[in-house]
Design a protein around this ligand. Sequence first.
Ligand code: C2O
Length: 536
Amino acid sequence: SKVRHYKFNVVTRNTTKLCSSKPIVTVNGKFPGPTLYAREDDTVLVKVTNHVKYNVSIHWHGIRQLRTGWADGPAYITQCPIPPGQSYVYNFTITGQRGTLLWHAHILWLRATVHGGIVILPKRGVPYPFPTPHKEVVVVLSEWWKSDTEAVVNEALKSGLAPNVSDAHTINGHPGPVTKCPSQGGFTLPVENGKTYMLRLINAALNEELFFKIAGHKLTVVEVDATYVKPFKIDTIVIAPGQTTNVLVSADQNAGKYLVAASPFMDAPIAVDNVTATATLHYSGTLSSTPTTTTSPPPQNATAIANKFTDTLRSLNSNKYPANVPQTVDHNLLFTVGLGINPCPSCKAGNGSRVVASMNNVTFVMPTTALLQAHVFNISGVFTTDFPGQPPNQFNYTGTPPANLSTTSGTKVYKLAYNSTVQLVMQDTAIIAPENHPVHLHGFNFFAIGKGLGNFNPKTDPQNFNLVDPVERNTIGVPAGGWVAIRFRADNPGVWFMHCHLEVHTTWGLKMAFLVDNGKGPNESILPPPSDLPKC
Ligand code: C2O
């Protein structure tokens, strides 16, 4: 294992897309930002220096951060943000993980442009559990607003209404030609006939789940969220913000140009923009006059196509990569997850009310001192440990909600004993409308043991749980009008954020935190904080 040093300078850069320019916040002037490469067992030190006017923090999404929660990154959860003009060194060791992940800003809406890939190669000499590809390509999917994203969210918070949707999606920073800007270029992926490529797909978008497909080519799925899966072939994958998927693509068609398409998936009948980002798979030796083989993206509400992908995912669960699914449960939790309406006398545009989001009816309030500091240094008054383990109001979650169901607000965490096992069922509610929520848990991978439509039935549904080879991930879609069940072992001491990875829902309060610490043996406690940890 090695020690790898990176320098991330957070700087503003004028950028032109969709035929118009604006200054954006970037790392090292790049959109998407630089890819962080490492190997399993390496120690990574990233010196982040803030040269912009905003407070900044960076999250290494999916890195377990065993006992190093200080390096996890969510602002006011594990650290105070890095103020303008200052630096912080994120120092962590990658233990037992290899694959594709992403890093991104974890404060305000800066993630819109401050993001990039993480590639963790297997230990030297350890092959992939599939044929070694000829080449590997990081493909970052994202979205683009013509206006300033901080202005977009601030306007929404003032009005109480939903923020504007993005103007385009991007593939490695490029939307491809769109009606709004026909001259807009797209990303090109050069391939050679007969060779196999591994695409490391990352959804870094703020607010949209995406379909991804390539005209005329099947995708062989081999990994999601840096965990190996049983390989399978499929036409279209779906990927939520925060998720990653490695696919093999064989250049086995006639030489030519083939359209690559990333388009939104939303199963609730909500009107959003429908701009498809396009790129080109370009066989070497293809004449420039050759027309591109096109493909039409799935309809925005193609839930069946999305389910076909997610329901096929299984852990590889081989001798070498066993799925260690907890077989017993210490904490049996049920959280409702959804949007609602709270009174807001000052919200004129929202007619005196505002959209809020909650888990178990708690709209999470961001503290002004980081929770991890408050926990380790016993600072009282920052959070309470009364986050409910069961819904405080029981109703037909996916049907008509009771009247006056406004949420309570608070900075509440749920306490887990170190090394205890957790089963968590997340139940979507239809208080505003059923909607798919990609929920991300920091500090852990979990197993997705079950999923269903309607209300979770604690008597019958567990009989169908997969405790053998469920897919292991760090971000999971709670299906619209349904539920998902996960299990994990709380073997990482610290304070761990869990939230919807649609940034608009996080902004509205769809977030909470788990506190794991017995404060006893060396494995049960977090390491001491680094000396340069920013102060609030
Ligand atoms: Cu990728 Cu808390 O987020």
